[in-house]
Write a protein that binds this ligand. Structure first.
Ligand SMILES: *Cc1c(COP(=O)(O)O)cnc(C)c1O
Length: 408
């Protein structure tokens, strides 16, 4: 028989979302007629921008003709999309990112996992706790951790707790770590970092020859001026950071699939002889070998985000979700809950009542109000005592959900 990848056996059973489904279906069996509001999963709910749909329709029409047909595109993405991204997302904010440093992909979830392909096995790795589980599990799968620990987490990873005491901002590690995953605005806590705070991370990375993975999937939700949208707004970041961006949350592309990763050409690692190796060429090689690009139709849809009409529609989507978040914050606060996040991110991170665990509160909300959220402990042990509610829903559902919570 074939041998399996033993690393997969270290993974703790996909516990969080299956456990949520199990509890929700048990609940509906008992009280089937009641109407459940799901504020749990981080998926958008509003339809696609019309500008994107129009562009995708047109692209499909082109493909119907001999003249307009397209086969394989460039593995790195079409240059017209990479140029639009460079101009609109980076150059306009003073970040000197070239179009060829932008790699188009079908998602940040895969990019932030696949990136490990081009890096050595023996790098030390730091993640926040709580954390987006993809970062941890992809390290487990590739054999970069030890076994799961009794108290939660995995052997061999450095966990940087984020909690109320540090304002949900990770402390810079005392020791040297090679790779640090940062996600701001943060999923699950909704926390952000200022330019000054992010500068400290960039300085740390430069001093220690570390590499930062900066996940900016939620940058479009930023409302405050002093919060950076890109790590490249910070001087020096082009020599120590890779940035992941996605059209999933700003333009509702979760089902369409389009994202991009920025790898500056100035970024390098070293081989075992200590010689400098450019990360860009390794990623370019990796993508050319293992990936055949995002479909032409989808890239045309993404390009339309940068038209006048597209920009307006995206802004409208963001305003819509942020209005939901603000209603959630206000209502929860006025019912006496302590809440975080929800001002520059579509997630509200609330404290559960002291007598309850995150899962107790999950059951309580489901039972008393027919509301599904996500227990903070599912994102890591430092998430215990917290609960995530997502602003991705209709206004009616958000208002209804908040009324139910207030009237428990
Ligand atoms: C939603 C999300 C993404 C985007 O993933 P895609 O694969 O591009 O849909 C990336 N990072 C985090 C933390 C997210 O929550």
């Amino acid at each position: 028989m074939v041998l399996v990848n033993e690393n997969y056996l270290k993974l703790k059973a996909g516990y969080l979302f299956p456990e949520i489904s199990k509890r929700v279906s048990l609940h509906t069996q008992k009280k089937s007629s009641e109407n459940i509001i799901k504020l749990g999963i981080g998926d958008v709910t509003e339809p696609l921008p019309k500008a994107c749909v129009k562009a995708m329709n047109n692209a499909l029409k082109e493909m119907e003709t001999h003249a307009g047909f397209k086969g394989y595109g460039p593995e790195q993405g079409y240059i017209w999309l990479r140029e639009k991204i460079a101009n609109n997302e980076f150059l306009s904010k003073g970040c000197k990112i070239n179009p060829d440093e932008i790699f188009i992909s079908d998602g940040s979830k895969c990019d932030s996992s696949n990136i490990l392909d081009i890096l050595g096995q023996d790098n030390s790795i730091a993640v926040t706790d709580p954390v987006y589980p993809v970062y941890v599990d992809s390290n487990v799968m590739t054999g970069r951790t030890g076994n799961p620990l009794e108290e939660g987490g995995y052997e061999g990873l450095t966990y940087l707790p984020i909690n109320e005491d540090n304002g949900f901002k990770p402390q810079i590690p005392q020791q040297k770590v090679d790779i640090i995953y940062l996600c701001f605005p943060n999923n699950p806590t909704g926390a952000t970092v200022s330019r000054k705070e992010l500068k400290r991370w960039v300085d740390y990375a430069i001093q220690n020859n570390s590499l930062i993975f900066f996940d900016a999937a939620y940058e479009a939700f930023i409302q405050d001026e002093d919060i950076p949208h890109s790590i490249y707004e910070i001087e020096g970041a082009k020599s120590c950071a890779i940035e992941f961006r996605s059209f999933s949350k700003n333009a509702g592309f979760t089902g369409v699939r389009c994202a991009y990763t920025v790898i500056p050409k100035t970024l390098s690692g070293k081989n075992l002889n200590g010689e400098k190796i450019q990360l860009w060429s390794l990623w370019n090689r990796r993508q050319s070998t293992k990936f055949n690009g995002v479909s032409y139709v989808v890239q045309k849809g993404a390009e339309a985000i940068y038209t006048k009409e597209g920009k307006e529609e995206v802004k409208h989507l963001i305003d819509f979700y942020m209005n939901n978040a603000s209603i959630m914050r206000e209502e929860l606060q006025s019912s006496g809950f302590t809440v975080f996040g929800g001002t520059n991110a579509p997630y509200v991170w609330m404290k559960v009542p002291e007598t309850m665990s995150s899962w107790d509160f999950f059951d309580y909300l489901l039972d008393k109000a027919n509301i599904v959220g996500t227990p903070g402990s599912g994102f890591g042990k430092a998430g215990e005592g917290y609960f995530r509610l997502s602003a991705f829903n209709s206004l009616d559902n958000v208002v209804d959900a908040m009324n139910r919570i207030t009237n428990i």
